[in-house]
Design a protein around this ligand. Structure first.
Ligand code: ZN
Length: 253
C-alpha cells in the first residue's frame, strides 16, 4: 500500500519545477515506523516522519485495499484499525486519569496479545469513565469478521463497504467526542507520536514531519467524513491528483 510524498527541499521550488516539467512525487510503501528515507532525483536526502496514529494509517490502508477491489484484505485491516482505536481510547482515558504513558504501557501488557481482552478493556473503561455502554461491533458484524478472518470467506463489495462504514462511524463519533471533551489528554497522546527524539537517535539527524492526508485524521476538522463513500471519493481524487505528477517508486530495505 502506498502514499505519495514530495521531496521537501524540492517543494520550496514547486512552482518552478512544475512549470519545467520536473516536479515529481515519490511513491512510498507504508511501513511500521512511518519513517521514510529517500534521495530525490536532484540529490536531496529526505528523512521524513509521517505523523499519524496507527489506526489512521490502518484505516487508510484498508480503504486503499477496498478501492483496489481487495475486499477481504480491506475487512481484515478495517478490523485492525478498530482494535488500535480501542487502544488509543484507553490511552487517552489513562492520561485523563492522571497516569502517565509508562503506567499505561505496563497495564497494556496484560491485554496486548489478545484482541478479545482489548475489546473487554475498552468496554469496561468506557462504561467506568463515561458512564455508558461502549458502542462496539454487533454480533452479526463479529460473526462476519470471524468468517473472513478464520474461515477464508471472501466478502462482496457491499459486505466490505458496510463493515468499513460501520467502523468509520463508530470511530468518528467517539474520536470527535474525545477531542471535544478531553482535548488536553487527547492532544497529549497525539503529540507523543510527534516526539522525534527516537528518530534523531536512530538516524543521527533531524527528520522533517509530514502530515499525510488520511480519511480519518485526529488533526482534521471534521475528524472524518460523514461516510466511507465520502472518504473514498476524497481518496480517489487525491490519487488522481498524485498520479498526474510523474511518480517514482522507492523501495525500502
Ligand atoms: Zn529534491
Amino acid at each position: 500500500m502506498i502514499c505519495f510524498c514530495p521531496c521537501l527541499e524540492c517543494s520550496k521550488n514547486m512552482h518552478a519545477l512544475v512549470a519545467s516539467g520536473n516536479w515529481r512525487l515519490y511513491k512510498l510503501s507504508y511501513n511500521e515506523e512511518l519513517i521514510y528515507e529517500f534521495t530525490c532525483d536532484h540529490g536531496h536526502e529526505n528523512l521524513i516522519v509521517v505523523q499519524k496514529e496507527k489506526f489512521e494509517v490502518l484505516f487508510q490502508i484498508a480503504s486503499l485495499a477496498y478501492l483496489d477491489g481487495y475486499f477481504r484484505e480491506a475487512v481484515v485491516t478495517f478490523t485492525s484499525a478498530l482494535e488500535r482505536f480501542y487502544e488509543f481510547f484507553i490511552q487517552v482515558m489513562y492520561v485523563e486519569s492522571g497516569r502517565d504513558e509508562a503506567q499505561f504501557l505496563e497495564a497494556w501488557k496484560s491485554v496486548k496479545s489478545s484482541s478479545e481482552r482489548q475489546i473487554g478493556a475498552y468496554a469496561l473503561i468506557h462504561a467506568l469513565t463515561l458512564g455508558s455502554p461502549a458502542q462496539i461491533l454487533s454480533s452479526a458484524q463479529v460473526s462476519f469478521r470471524n468468517k473472513v478472518v478464520h474461515q477464508g470467506h471472501i466478502p462482496s463489495d457491499q459486505e466490505a463497504y458496510s463493515y468499513g462504514n460501520s467502523i468509520l462511524i463508530l470511530m468518528r463519533d467517539k474520536l470527535t467526542f474525545l477531542r471535544e471533551k478531553y482535548n488536553i489528554s487527547f492532544d497529549k497522546v497525539v503529540s507523543k507520536k510527534a516526539d522525534l527524539t527516537r528518530v534523531v537517535q536512530k538516524y543521527q539527524r533531524i527528520p522533517a514531519s509530514l502530515s499525510d492526508d488520511t480519511i480519518i485524521g485526529c488533526g482534521s476538522y471534521p475528524i472524518a467524513p460523514e461516510s466511507l463513500r465520502a472518504g473514498l471519493d476524497m481518496l480517489q481524487s487525491y490519487r488522481a491528483f498524485a498520479q498526474r505528477a510523474p511518480l517514482k517508486g522507492v523501495r525500502h530495505t
